[in-house]
Every structure is written in structure tokens, then in C-alpha cells.
Write a new protein. Sequence first.
Lengths: 228, 875
Amino acid sequence: MVMDASAAANQLVLRRNRPGTSAKEFCGWQDEPFEEMDSTLVVQQYIQQLIRKNPSNVELILNMPDGQDEGVWKYEHLRQFCMELNGLAVRLQTQCFPSTCTQMTATEQWIFLCAAHKTPKECPAIDYTRHTLDGAACLLNSNKYFPSRVSIKDSSVLKLGSVCRRVYRIFSHAYFHHRRIFNEFEEETFLCLRFTHFVTKYELMSKDNLIVPISDNALGDIPGESEA
Amino acid sequence: MDGLSINSFFDNEGGDSANGADFLDLDFTYADADTHLNEIAELYSYTEHNEFQLNVKAFEDQMEVYNLKPLWQQLSKEEHQGIILKLMDQLEVLDVNMRMKAARTLLYLAQGCWVEVQSDEEQQKLTRYNVMMLYRLGVFQAFIELLNLEIENAHVANVAIRKIAVSLADSVDLRVILSFLYIITEVMRAEKERIETDDEYKDLVETFIAEISQPMGDELLAVKLLGMITRFCSASAPHFPMKKVLLLLWKVSLVSLGGTDTLKRLKNEYREKVGLSSVTEDTIEVSKTMRASSPPPTVGADENLNQKRSRNFRRVRNVVISEVSLMKQSSLDEQEQLGMELEAQNAENEEDISDYYQQYDDPMNGADRADTTATDGELTKQNSLSNTQPNHPPQHPTLPWQPKVRTKDIYQFLDVSRQKFIGYSLPDNCETTAGLPKPICEGISILKRHLYTSLADVQIKREEEITRNPLTKGEEDVDLNPTEVLYQAILPNLPQYMISLLKILLAAAPTSKAKTESINIMADVLPEDMPMTVTQSTKLGIDVNRHKEIIVKAVSAILLLYLKHFKINHVYQFEFMSQHLVFANCIPLVLKFFNQSIMTYVGSKNIIPIMDFPSCVIGEQPEMTSDMVIGDSEPYSWRNIFSCINLLRILNKLTKWKNSRIMMLVVFKSAPILKRTLKVRQCLMQLYVLKLLKMQTKYLGRQWRKTNMKIISAIYGKVRHHLNDDWAFGNDLDARPWDFQAEECTLRTCVDRFNNRRYYSQISNAIRFPDQNVNHNQNNVNTNNENGVFNGTESEYNLNNIINNASFGDINCIDDNFELTNEFKKNYEMWLKEEVYCSEENAIDWEAILKEPSKILINEIKNSIHYTTYFMKCP
């Protein structure tokens, strides 16, 4: 009887964050193997589970399960990146103001236009960040290009490249102008590391454009503070 | 002409020098577009020649930055990708020079890295490879964004507006962007055509078609380009390079909607869907089996030439015949392919020729036959392609077309016969033949055998049903095919677009005078510095003419393509567009276009082959000398015949079965103009001219018919007949002049009802299509677009537009038919006070009526009630 009950309990794991769940217990349910996930959002669920387990294990997180559609895999990862990048954006808001960072720059060499507008504009860095993340969210959630999260049209997969290029500039701006925030964030999430691996793996960006230095122990070596 | 050797069949004086050539059938094949090579070459003006070097320079500089040798072909595929991705990053930087440098480098790649290649073929191969890679990496989309940026570049526009002479220099950046987009589109079009045999890039082509058929961001690419054209015509952006915009619009539409083959397939598909048989005859195919008629004698301007010819005509006829027979040997091969017996051919051929000329000796012969054979039941056996049945008596070569009968014709015929034989009419009954004599019954059965129901008939009938039963029949699923998407997108501004396109057509017509034009379409051909030497100015002269010709070609192709697609998609979409074309004076404009020395136009040589891309950049470049060859070896100009045919087809589409518009052809004296056009010995073109003449023959009067019997015979021999249509001599009852206005109005009502029901009904049934408030609308579109990306789905966007229309277009909300009474006009302030300002508490003072029950007051109250309800309906 006891055995049965525990088996039944096992079956009945509800992976849900009820109102009032404390931060400690947030998403505190047990892992489920990818094969057993049966919702329509399996890929997202699987990716998030891996990240929760160990965000620094970039290789594992990016390792596509067998038989998985590559378009969907890329799409879900990019979705996840954009979601997590909001965390960086929130932190940046405490330090990056339109008056101080008037333009979206990384190194002084290139200033970028904000492509979220019909006519691309010269937005301050923080606005660029917000607009780009909004624009990306809008695109990735658009019914027209991504009506399904189970299969994705080739034409829509082609759109992911430009999102990556634009989103990456947020990393590079944070790195070159708000190093402390960047480092704090990166230590927690390893997001830039993961992103860099992602775009390199799927050839979504040219290596030369990945200007934020990344190596496995790079994060420890970088000096703590370098304010813009 | 400064010693330039002119490789010309006809010289510039018209057909004079080419008497011999006049007897040649032009070996012209109509298609959706010219060869890929020519279509690419036409993108560039000769004055843009220097800019090619800038592209290489940009590429070399860029490669230096990357520490690579400027040799594209030696790099690996991964390196190619890396470079393109880097360049794309650079496309989004703030510094315009950096941006344009990347754009130029990408353009150079799309142009096929021509510095590294030795031949045209190599260049094309490389272009194909590069274009596919560029598209896969999303560069097309990136350039669209760049185009958005450049369209809104207020600085450049302001500079251009203030300038007296806008030149090439004002549109440098725009031209780079448009050229790039055009090359991608054109390569995709060529790829689409050979997809059957080579499907290496099938997926990419399909992705491309899907992408340009849907709004990008918030706007369809075609609509964006149409918007550019409208802005150019409203003089707020005189620097827009119209030729490139038009060419891109044409190609984008062609790739997205599909060409002749798609049209044919769709037509049959749609016909099948509504239970009609598919159409087997194809005008272009049938016309290939025809032979051009010899030019009509004695027409206006070419009096001398023709007199000379007609004097000589009889004398040299034998010679001519033998010449023609020799000529015909070549076309035999063609006919052989149609699977005909060669022997029968020969006999047939000879007979045919003598018969052909016999017609001109004895024109009445042909016309008589028209009467006898037209009612002859034998016609049914005749099939378009079997018009040379070997066992058929040579005296009776068959007609190329199956005759057709409309349902309306059967009713008419029955009605007339019943009136005549039994003295009463049975409206809406075409079944019973009771009381009618046998010959009449036979007639009816023949008519029925040739009954042809067009897709339009079915669509109109369905629309009528929906109007009658809006609740039960009103539901319908509108298939969002590319045509439907396009129509919905251009609907709010369609009148403006049509006017703009026609304005450009007018400005580009060879007969228009440069000075009288309000718009200057030469901005993207004239260099900043005017030519110094005679050679240079000759070159510029050719360039300018070539530029105009290409514009005419693009505009005519766009209009025809849209008309054809709208027609099969829904006839009222077609009618909406064509009505606006007619309102914008398209008919006289096209006639004006043909009122020129047509032989000169068709034979024009505005081309310098060695200046064409890619010849002008591959290999050693010869010095610009005076012994350059102008013109190619072709006896005619492909693009000009193509434009002529397109324009004639547009005219046909506009006027077919529309008496009011046919009357316009008569009023604008089209007959002599069209007659002159017949001089071009090209079957398809002649066929469309003859069709136009046929529909107006009965209005032209006896005298005209008498002097133009040859044309009448040609019409008989070449144009499709409707069995009981007495096109040449009849007095059509429904062609009375007083009906014309009504006809146009009825049509308009139907079209409005259709548009309202299908496109505006969710918002308010009171909104008419925004004819007058387009300016508001334009502004609204702009303000809407400010929050562009975040604007959600397309339907939401349309909704916004329509709501804006509604709020701005309150004048349009009021039904035209509603007349305000004088009393109301006088006392509307009181009405406002009582009915609008103080509403609920003292709604209507009913007591007032009882106090003073005068008729006027009652009327007024009636009005006010009507108005209150009316305004409550409006949003």
C-alpha cells in the first residue's frame, strides 16, 4: 500500500508555482526526464530544468536531444535568452540612464541604430535594450511567424539570426560600460557564455563580432570594476 | 550622329527604310518578362556606370579591414558566411558611411563579384550562389529596414526638393538599396522559373515567395513601394529613383502573385471549384499559330509611304508572295512541332497564302463567309489548334477560336423569337421552346452548346445572392492568397496608387513633352554634370530614351498583372481597380501613347550592348569611342513590343463588354490610331488591336466599314466570335447612349457594396471607401507606424486604419443619397441643442407637437429622429 501511494504521489507531481510560494521553493519540484515530458511546451520545460540545475553547464544545456527539431530548439533557446536578459535589463536600469549612455555603443567604434522602429532610430542604450527585448518578444510570440511551438517554418527560423545580432549588443554594452553589473549577472546566470556558445554553434553570428571575451575561466580573471 | 554606327533595321524616320522588313512577321515571343540577363541589365542606367567601381572599392576596403585578400572565390563557405554576418552587423550602425559601405559591399557580392570573373556565365553563377547565401542569412530583410530608413531620410528629401535639377547624386544610397533588393528578387524569379528542372534552392525560393507575399513588419513590400511612388508623384520626394522602384515593384508582384502559368492554373482551379469546366484555349498559344496580317494601307502620317506601297503592291505582289513563302519555311518548323503532317502543311501553306491575299482582293468574300459560317453548326468541331485539318477543303480554313455564347445572349435570342412567333415573353426561362419553329430550336441548341460561363458571372451571381440574403449567405471564407492580401493592403489608397502609376506612364510616354510634366522622372538618369562631348550627349540621349522605355514597360506590366490577378480572384476587385483607372483617364492616356510613330517605337534601338551590365564591367573595357555600336541585332525592341501588348491588353480589359467605355474609344477617335498600330506585324499585338476595333466597329459608321473592309476581314479571321453578336453591323439595344452613365453607376454601386461588405463591414456599414480622405489616411498610416513593431497583427493594423478613416472621414460616413431638407438646414442649431447637447432628460418634446401640429414641424421631427438614429450608428 505504501509503495503504491508513493508511486501515485510520484505520478501526481504538479509542477506549479502556487500563489504564495516562497523564493526558496520556487520551481522546487523534482526533475523529469525529457522523454517523459508530455506537454506542448516540452522543449522550454526541458531547457529551463537544465538551467535550474546548473546554469554553468552550457554544453549540456545546448546539447540538443535526439530527434528534436532544430528550428524549434533554436527558437526555444532564443526565447529563453530573451526572458533571462530581462534580468540584465532590470539591473542595467539602475545604472544606465539615457543621459549618461546616450547611444548604443560597445566599443567606441560602432554606434548602433535601434531596429525596433519602422524607421531605425538612434536610441539611448537603455531604450535600445528595452525596445530590442520588446521587439524580440513581439516577434517570438507573433502568431504570424511562430504560430506553433512544435514545428516552425523555415522562413521564420531565418528571422532568428537578426534577433541574435541585436540582442548580443546588450551584452556587449553591459560588458564595456557596466562591467560590475555584467559580472554579477554573469556569475549567477552564465547567460553571455551560453549565448556565445549558442550563436557560435548554430552560426547565427560571426565569431569576430562576439566582442565580449569569453573563456571557461574568463569570468574569474576579469577585474571587478570598470565603470563607463 | 557623330559617326556612331547604328545597327538598326528601321532608322529613326519610321518604317520608310524598311519596306522589305515590313513584310516580315516579327519573331517576338510574349512572356512575363524578358531574359534574365536583359532584366538585370535594364536595372542600371548607363550613367550609373561609374558607381560599379565604388562597389568594388567598398568590397576591397572591407576585406582589408578583415585582413583578407579581396578574392571572394578563394574563400571558404564558412568565411563567406562570416563576412556576410559581419557586414550585416555593420548595416545597423549609426554612421551612414559605414552603413553604406557595408551595403555596397553586399551589393557587389550580389552583382556576382564581377572583378574576379571572365565571362557572363561565371558572373551569373556567382550571383546565384551569393544571392542564395545572402538571402538565407537574412540580408534581404536587413535591406528592407535600410530602405525604410532611407525613405524617411528627411534631410535628403529636403535637399532634393529645393534643387532645381535633381540628379543621380541625390539618390545614391537609395539606388544601392533598391538595386540590391531587385537583384535578389530577379534572381529568385529566374530560379522560380527553372525550379522544375533544378530544385537545389527550392526551399529558399518558396520561403522568399512566402515572405514577400506577407506584410514584413507591418507593411507589404509592394505597398511600401506603391507608397514611394505616390510620394514621388506628390512632389514630396523628387529624388526617389522611380525606375528602380517600379522595376522592383513589378518583380516583387510578379514573383509573389505569379505569372501567366500561375494565372492559367488558378483560373482553372477556381473554375473547377465553382463547378465550371476548365479553359483550354490560351490566347498566347493560339496567337502563335496565327500569322500577322499585312499592314493596312494609307494611314494618316505615313501617307507617302503607303501610297507608294499601295501603288507597288499589286505589281510586286507575286514577288512578295514568293518572299513570304520563303519566309514561311522557317515558321514551318514551328508548326511542325505542333504535330502536323508536313505534307499537308505544304499544301495548306500555299493555299493559305493565296487565300490570305485573296481576302484583300475581295474583301466582301471574307465578310460574306462570316455571315454564312458564323451560324453554321460546323463551327463546333473546330478546335483552336486543329485549324489546319488536312482533309478540310482549303477554301475554308477554320477560325482559330471556339465561338462563345453568354447566358444573356440566349435569353435575348429566345425573347426575340418568342415575341416574333408566339407574341409574348417568358422572362427568366431558357428551357422551354414550346411553340417555336424547328430552325429556332436548332439555333437554341447550338447556342447552348457554345455556352460559356465565366468565373466573373458566377462571382457576380453569388454577390447578388448575398445581397438578397445577407444573413444566410453572408458567411464566406475569404482565402488569404497573395492576391487577396495585396488587395486588402492597397484598398484604402488604391485610387491614389492608380493615379500615380498613370502619371508616371504619362510622363514616360514618348509623345509627352518634358516641359509640361509636373513630375520629373529623369532624376535617376541625369548625371550631375551635363555631358561635354558629342559622343557623351548621344550616349545620354539613348540612355534617357531607354530609361523612359523601361519605365513604360514596368508600369504597363504592373497594371496588367494586377488587373489579371484581381479579375480571377474576384471580379469586383478587378472592377474596382479598373473603374479607378478609367476615372484617372487611363483610356485616353493609352490612346495617346499609341498616337505616335509606332514603327519607330517598336523598332527603336535605345541600347548600347557593351554598356550593359555585366559586359560593361567584365574584362578589358574599351575606351568610350565614337565607333561604339548602338542597338543589338534584333529587328525590334523586345521591351517596347512587350509594353505595347501590355497596354493594349489593359485597354481590352477595361473596355470589354462595357459600352460606356467602348464609347470612349469612339469619342477619342481610337480607330485611326489603332489602325496605324496594325502596321506592327506581330500576331499577338494585332490580335489585341483587332479586338479593340471589333468592339467599336458598329459605332464607326458605314463609311468607315466600307473603307476598312480589310480590317473587318482580319477581325473576322482572328478574333473570337460570339454567335449571335452582330458586331459589325448591328444596332445593339443595350448600347443606347443614355444607358452609359447608369451602367457605370450600377457597377460602382455593386463594387462599393462588395467592398463594404467584405472589408469594412465589421466597423460600420456606413463607411464608404475612402475616396476623398486619403490624405488623412496617409497621415494616419504614418502615425500608426510610429509604434510599428509593437502594433500586433496585421488585422489589428487594418482595423486601426479603418477606425482612423471613420473618425476623420465623417463626411464620408453620410450616405450620399441623404438630402437635408431646407428646414433642417435652417434650424439645425436648434436641432443640435435639443437632440445632441441636452440628451437624456428632455429627449424629445413630444408635447410641442401637440401644441402646434403643423406639417413643417412634423417633418422636422421626422428628420431629427432619422438623424439621431443615423449618428448613433456612426462610430
